[in-house]
Every structure is written in C-alpha cells, then in structure tokens.
Write a protein that binds this ligand. Structure first.
Ligand code: SER
Length: 873
C-alpha cells in the first residue's frame, strides 16, 4: 500500500465507526504553551479538558507534525524524522477501551492485512481491563506485555491531558533484531516496531504532578504513517517508503551520489529528504525564518540541510528543487502546499542564499581560530567559538569537532553545551508559559448553559439585542452575581459584540438590565465559540439567568468596519501591484487605523505605493457591494478564495467578497458598500523582519485629517519659500541647487587660498642639506594643519616642514619630512619634543611625522625658534 492509500484507508475506516473526518490543524498550534504541533491530539486539547465543546464526539485526522527534540539523530537512523504524519482517531467522552482496542486490531489485520501472528501488544502495568480486552480477541497472553510509565503513560507535556496507554507492535522477525533472549517489545533494537499508540486520556496533570480525573474519559490514538508504510512496503527504514524514497532519489540525482554509496553520504541524503518536507510545511503554515521561537527551528533545519548539501558536493542552491518534489508528492493531501508554493520557494531560496554567504565566513572563522589555538600551543578548541559557528553560521557542532580533530585539537564540548543550554532557555522564553486560562473552569460552566455549547454571534446584522446572562467570571473564578464597582467578565447566550479575532479589535458598549449597567471595555474569545464581555458594573448588579440588553458602541464599530474592508482592498491592490507572492501575515484593525503585514522581498518604491493607494481609492469610489457568505473550506479553496497565510480554519468558513475582484476568508465585520470607507491614506511603510513588510493606513475621517495635515505643511513651506503651494517643489529644488553651488564655490575659494599660502611657504624654504620650511601659519585644527603641510611638501620634493598655528586658544604643532630629509638627519619626533614644552604641551611621533598640542599658544614663536635650533636652520 502506498502512503496515500494508507492515509485514506485509516480515515475511511474510522469514518465508518462514526468519527468525523477533520483536516490536519496547522503546525502552529493554538496552544500558547506549545511551539509546534507535535501530535494529532494538539488541536483537541481544550476539548479533552472539557473547556470547549464541538459539534461531534468522535473525530479522525491525518495530522502533520514536526518534532525537533532529537534533531541531531535525524539522518543517522532509518526511524527518526523531524516531519511526520500521524493518523489519529479521537473520542471525547464517547467510545473508550472496549471499542478502540478491537477496532485497532480489526484495522491492523483486516484492512492493512498485517499477519496476526506478528502482532504484539503492551498495556500499562496495572491496566487489567485493557489486557482482558486484548485477551478476549483471542490474543495469546504471552504476546501481551506490561510496561511502566516510561513507555505506557502518555502526556502531551508536563501538564495537561494524559493517561495510560496501550501500544501495538509489529514483529519484523528475529533476523532484524539483537538476537538476545530478552528481546521483546520495548527493546532498543529494530525487531519490534511500535506503530500505534492508544492513549486512554483520563487525567489532567496539574503543575504539582497530581492527576485530576477529566470530566469524561477520552481516547487519543496515534499511528505513524511512515512507519506503517515501512511495514507494509517491506522495508526496514522509513526512508525507504514511497514518499521519502522519492525525496531521496531527487536529492541523489541532484548531487550525483547514489543512496547506499556510503554511510556518510546516506546520512546527508536522509537529512535532505526529511528537512525539505519540514521546511515546506512550516513555511506554508506561516512560519518565517528568524532567530527565535519557531522561526529559529525553521532556520536551524534549513541550515542543517544546506550544510549537508555541501557535504554531498552541492555548491549551487538546491533546496527549491526539493521543495518542488514535496509539493508534487504531498500537495494533493495538503492543498496549503500548492497555495503557498511560490512563497515557500522564494523564502527558502532567499534563506539558502543568505546562509551560503555565512557558510564561507564561518569556514574562515574556524580556520583563524585553529591557527590561533595552535599558535598558543594549546590543544582545546573553545566551545564558545563552536557555539558561535553553530549559532551564527549554522555549523553543526559535529562538523566543527571533526575539523578541529583533523587539526589535532579537541573541542571543549562542556563549554559548548553550557552555551547551548543557555540558548535553549532563551528559546523557551519565546513560548508564553500560559496554560489555558485559569478561568477555563468558569468558561466551561458558562458553556454548559449555552445552546450547543457556543454563544450565538448576531453582530453581523444587529448592533443591539436582548440576551440572557449565561456566565459570570470574577477574578478568574465562576460567580453567580457581579455588583456595582466590580470588574469581571460576562458571557451571554447571544451577543452583537464582536470578540477580538482575526486582527479586528473587540467591541465596546454596554450590557444593561432594568436595574444594572455593565460597561463593556473589551470583548474577547477566550475559548472557541465563547464570547466574553470584559468590563465593570457601574450600578446595580447582574446575575446568571438575568435578561439583559446588549448594545455596542455603534460609531466605534462603524470606523472598525471601514478599516477592515479597507484592509481587504489593500491586500488586493498589493497583490496586483507587487505580485501574487504577497500574503497577509498579520493585521490589526482598530477604530483609529489599520495595520497590514505582508510577505515581500524588498521595499516597495514610492511609485508602487502611490499606485496601491490610488487603486484602493478607485475601488472605494466605484462603490462596490460587499457581501459575506458561508461555505465549506473545500469549496472555498476550489473557488480560489484567498486564505490567510498561517491562519487556521474550521470546516465551515465565511467568505467576504468585494465586488467581483476580492474574495477572502474572513470572520470580521465589514461595510455594506466600499464608498462608506470614504478615502484611504497610507501613513507608513517599513520592514518588520526578513521578507516581511508593514503598511499602516487610515481611512474616512482620519484619512481626511491626514490630507489636511499634509496640506498645512505644504502651505507653511509655500509661505517660507514665498511661492504658491503648486510651485513649492520647483522653488525648493532651485534653492537646493543654489545652496549646493554656493558651497562648491566657497570650497574652491578656500582651496585657492591655502594653495596660495602653500606657494609662499614653499618659497621660504632654506637649505639645511634638504629643503626646510619652518613657519607660523593659520589653521583651524590639526587636520587642516596636516593638509597644509602635505600641500607644501608636494610643491618641494624631498622637503621637511615644521608648522605651528594658534586655534581656539590652543597651540597646534606639526613636523613632517620626506624619506630623503629623514636620511639627511631630520627627525620629526625629536623636533616636536623640543618644541612642545614651549607651548605647555606634550607629544611626539616618528621621524617622518609627529604632531602635538599645547595650551600656551603664546610660546609658539619660542617653539619655532627651538625647532630651528634643533635643525641647524
Ligand atoms: N498523542 C499520542 C502520541 O503522540 C497518541 O496520538 O503518541
């Protein structure tokens, strides 16, 4: 079976068991405590915890995952990968052990056709129930092994949902294994391959380690797609399976090194195959290279791949070729690869070129350091330098160690590790350590009172409505009542308030009853489907169950709407002017202004920006209709609707359409017709990171004010230039030109002056075996004195000059001589030494050139006399 067939058969099998087939979630998790999506259960964490409800209790997915904890090993074995696909099925308080155990057996034997005699099973040490179920399927007791927490208790992290598990193993046969009598599932050798993990998700692990039972018992299973493909395709390595083998084949063709030629080159080929998949998927999900957090993970992967490309003899950029194969092999199952192909290739290409440059510099640094250590007759290559090489130049430490070794040096690994540890801590600091809000329980309680567990948002049509209080949160705890003077959150069964989402800020307004008033200062969505109004009770009190009236600040929302629709117009115009690679990577829409971040590779020109602004304003004035409709994600994709870069979507999406030219997935609030926006003015444009630009703009009243403000500046300039505003440009250009001309002739006059002075100084030369000029001159500073001395010397070959000047109450001295003068006995250093005491200063220099300063300019003449005496003039 091909990988694609396994994927499909798994999803179909679990659909037949009532599971809803859902798309893989993004590699960027919604969970702020996680850097990347590492398992199928990540998108369901809040559901397991009972703080979020969805319209189903059974699900199945094929989840893209990236794990980099053991990146150093990736490439060196047939089993380790950074990118992999995990097939999963999930039960949220629905089916449990009695169902999933027989199903996993049925799928393994009947669908995949695995030989039942080769299957082994593990259960958690005290899980008699799971063992009984396996036995009831007719499995011999000796093929069921018990294991401890290390192997058979699974958790997503130090805290959160977890539980005992039961695993399925495939026996590859004694010839593959270590041959020891003790060899059994769990052995480090390759004989027993664990291919499926069934987790009985029952607990929520607290910070202090205690296991609190979850409200319901759940199932989370994960089956490694590549590993299963390996078993079914009869190969011993994940890299021999269809998709990865194709990647290896391409890498091998690129560098002309056959897979299997040597262990060393096989490692590099596997790294190229694995890492290019991780790169393509990470970038397609919105990760961009950077020096922190997930952007750093991406950068490390890319550099490791490029370095290994070099080891394979690839000197030209090659990664975009491999990315092309990833898209061809996997684009059907993951349409985001196809949609973002251009962008992924450009980012990879730019980053590869950038690293190509540092690779050379890194090699130079490495060689210099080796020379330095050798010169000092030491034998340790410093760990700090290895770290810099690793961190700044992307050198794998093994490579640094190897090159050091070849040069008779040993890498100080401890020092390197210490730097790495510090680095990891910095990396962790990038992940906000906030598990789901402490208020989770409070929201869950409010959720129970809601129809289908979700707040109904009616704010697309209505600005105000009657509603019922479904929940109250005060200080993160559920409350029944909130009274005058108290701040907190209120959840209503339905609301016109828009919760901050998709870059659009939350609404403000009021929630009132006959006797109470709650001022809403912000609206948020702490858990999907749950809208929370933040604010304070100004009078009376509100209780759960109260009937209330909710009304938003309409004028504020009006301005937000205008800015939001304008953001879509801006996106459309940017793509038209700059190209299709422009993708929104973030936005912020508030009443006052809008901010739009997008991918682009250089600063747009003034002309391009003017064109963008003009296009947007044209569309505003053409007064196009703006409409929204719901559809499935699949059909929106088919229709070519723009999905936001790095954004995550559910199964059903809302499409926002402007005229017939702009269609984007968007949940925000918008104007009915574009003319409501009035006008857009771009306020600023700049870079906010590698390949990322930001535009800030204002619309309607704020745009009008911006135009007036510019007009005022123009009027002021016109007044200063004494012309009409329309003539300011020409007039200012004229002034600048005249100023430049004046500066030029002033400079020429100055040069002529000093040339005249130099002439008369040269004429005063006396012969002391070489021509010598000793004189008092005028010069504003030491630089001017030096210039004068150079000019004089250029006029009399072989001469020496001694000059002194007074400037700003100080004495400046200079002596300089040609090589001929020096061989004739001139020593500038000595001359200055003889002069300096007369001006209350010190200084010295070489025979050719010396300078000094002093604070007693009255002694200049004596100083010059001393010079003459010294030089016999
Ligand atoms: N979450 C479990 C794992 O990652 C099962 O899906 O192994």
């Amino acid at each position: 079976m091909k990988s694609a067939e396994i994927r499909e058969s798994f999803l179909t099998f679990f659909e037949s068991k009532g599971c809803r087939r859902l798309p893989s979630s993004s590699l960027i998790p919604d969970d702020p405590s996680l850097l990347l999506t590492t398992a199928g259960m990540v998108q369901f964490k809040p559901v397991f915890l009972g703080i979020e409800k969805r319209g189903y209790t059974r699900a199945t997915t094929c989840q893209k995952c990236v794990r980099t904890t053991d990146i150093e090993i990736v490439g060196h074995t047939g089993r380790h990968q950074t990118f992999f696909e995990m097939l999963g099925n999930f039960s949220f308080g629905d089916y449990f052990k009695a169902e999933i155990i027989p199903w996993s057996y049925e799928y393994s034997t009947s669908v995949l056709g695995l030989d039942p005699d080769r299957l082994w099973f593990s259960v958690y040490e005290d899980d008699d129930e799971a063992e009984q179920i396996w036995l009831s399927l007719g499995i011999p007791a000796e093929r069921i092994v018990r294991m401890g927490a290390k192997d058979n208790f699974w958790s997503a992290g130090p805290t959160g949902p977890c539980g005992p598990c039961s695993e399925l193993y495939y026996d590859q046969g004694p010839e593959v294994g270590c041959g020891l009598d003790t060899c059994a599932p769990g052995c480090d050798c390759d004989r027993f391959l664990e291919y499926w993990n069934l987790v009985f998700m029952q607990y929520d692990r607290q910070e202090d380690g205690t296991l609190v039972p979850l409200p319901k018992k759940n199932i989370d299973t994960g089956l490694g797609l590549e590993r299963m493909a390996g078993i079914l395709q009869g190969v011993n390595s994940n890299y021999e399976t269809d998709i990865l083998r194709r990647m290896i084949g391409e890498a091998s063709a690129l560098c002309g090194v056959a897979y299997g030629a040597s262990d060393r080159t096989d490692v590099s080929l596997r790294i190229l195959a694995d890492h290019s998949r991780a790169l393509a998927f990470l970038i397609a999900d919105g990760v961009l290279p950077s020096n922190e957090s997930r952007g750093y993970v991406l950068r490390r992967l890319l550099r490791r791949a490029v370095r290994h490309g070099r080891l394979l003899g690839l000197t030209e950029p090659f990664l975009t070729r491999l990315i092309g194969i990833v898209v061809a092999e996997m684009g059907e199952a993951y349409p985001e690869l196809v949609e973002n192909r251009d962008l992924v290739e450009r980012i990879v290409g730019a980053e590869e070129a950038r690293f190509g440059a540092t690779l050379k510099q890194g090699m130079a640094l490495l060689e210099d350091e080796i020379a330095r250590v050798r010169e000092a007759s030491a034998s340790d290559f410093p760990g700090g330098v290895a770290f810099t090489l690793h961190d700044t130049y992307g050198f794998p430490v093994e490579l640094t160690a190897e090159i050091a070794h070849e040069n008779g040096l040993t890498l100080d690994m401890d020092a390197f590790e210490a730097e790495m540890t510090a680095q990891r801590e910095r990396g962790r600091a990038g992940v906000k350590d906030v598990s789901w809000a402490a208020s989770g329980a409070a929201y869950a309680r409010a959720g129970e009172r809601l129809h289908r567990g979700a707040v109904e948002f009616i704010g697309y049509e209505a600005d105000e409505a009657d509603a019922t209080v479904a929940g109250i949160v005060v200080d993160g705890e559920p409350a029944d009542t909130i009274s005058a003077g108290q701040a907190g959150e209120i959840v209503l069964d339905s609301t016109p308030f828009y919760g901050e989402q998709g870059g659009q800020v939350g609404d403000t307004g009021a929630v009132t009853s006959d006797t109470a008033n709650f001022e809403v200062s912000d609206t948020r969505i702490p858990v999907r489907g749950l809208v929370s109004h933040l604010g304070e009770v100004t009078n009376g009190s509100l209780s759960v169950g109260d009937r209330v009236h909710a009304s938003i600040d309409v004028l504020r929302r009006e301005r937000i709407r205008r800015n939001h629709t304008a953001t879509h117009l801006l996106h459309w115009a940017l793509r038209l002017v700059l190209g299709e690679h422009v993708k929104q990577s973030g936005s912020f829409v508030s009443p006052e202004r809008l901010r739009f971040d997008f991918t682009h590779f250089q600063a747009p020109s003034q002309d391009q920006l003017a064109k963008v602004e003009r296009l947007v304003n044209t569309k505003i004035m053409e007064d196009h209709a703006v409409r929204a409709y719901e559809t499935s994600l699949a059909s929106a994709r088919e229709a070519g609707v723009i999905a936001l870069f790095g954004e995550k979507y559910g199964e059903f999406v809302r499409v926002l359409e402007i005229g017939n030219f702009s269609r984007e997935l968007c949940g925000g609030t918008h104007v009915g017709r574009t003319s409501e926006i009035g006008l857009l003015k771009i306020a600023s444009e700049g870079s906010v990171g590698a390949n990322l630009r930001r535009i800030e703009a204002v619309t309607s009243f704020d745009a009008m004010e911006a135009v007036y403000a510019e007009e005022a500046v123009l009027a002021r300039a016109a007044e200063a230039l004494k012309c009409r505003p329309a003539e300011v440009g020409e007039k200012a250009e004229g002034f600048v030109k005249r100023l430049k001309d004046a500066e030029k002739s002033a400079g020429a006059a100055k040069r002529a002056d000093s040339s005249g002075e130099a002439d008369s100084l040269a004429a005063s030369a006396v012969d002391v075996g070489y021509p010598l000029v000793v004189a008092r001159v005028t010069a504003p500073d030491a630089g001017a004195l030096r210039e004068l001395s150079d000019t004089v010397r250029s006029k009399i070959p072989g001469a020496a000059v001694v000059l002194a000047a007074e400037s700003d109450g100080k004495a400046l001295l200079l002596a300089a001589g040609s090589d001929e003068a020096v061989s004739g006995g001139f020593d500038a250093g000595k001359v200055i030494k003889a002069m300096a005491p007369h001006v209350g200063g010190g200084g010295g220099g070489k025979p050719q050139m010396a300078q000094a300063g002093g604070h007693e300019p009255a002694g200049i003449d004596e100083a010059l006399a001393a010079a003459r005496a010294t030089l016999g003039a």
